[in-house]
Design a protein around this ligand. Structure first.
Ligand code: 5RN
Length: 116
């Protein structure tokens, strides 16, 4: 039935997001950048993104595929690389997360192909 077919896709999306969050050991991407702490953030970043927002979107069925999840993950990383200069921990952490997260997403793409 349709709901049986859709469930594995949601399960894979949740597991992929969980795996990506686990790689953010410093938890710098767990919450939106605090605009009261960083008042100029929106002068540089037009579309903020973070894992908590991605989780809300996922449960709200905003993601139809791993590719949709990957788009927001890449947005989150590129925001961080843009706002934070190269010599910061944030910038370096984003570069690392981009690599390890890429491997998680490649594996999830392969799994989603086997679900069909
Ligand atoms: C992910 C990110 O860019 C940030 C996460 N926490 C922050 C605090 C100040 C400025 C940037 C950030």
């Amino acid at each position: 039935a349709l709901e049986l077919k859709l469930t594995p896709a949601l399960v894979l999306l949740r597991s992929t997001l969980d795996q990506l969050q686990e790689k953010d050991t410093a938890k710098i991407f767990f919450q939106p950048v605090d605009l009261s702490e960083v008042p100029d953030y929106l002068e540089f970043i037009s579309q903020p993104m973070d894992f908590s927002t991605m989780c809300t979107k996922l449960e709200g069925h905003a993601y139809c595929s791993i590719a949709d999840l990957e788009k927001d993950f890449n947005l989150m990383i590129s925001n961080c690389l843009k706002y934070n200069s190269k010599d910061t921990m944030f910038h370096k952490t984003a570069l690392q997360l981009r690599e390890v997260g890429g491997a998680v997403l490649r594996h999830a793409h392969r799994q989603s192909q086997s679900i069909g």
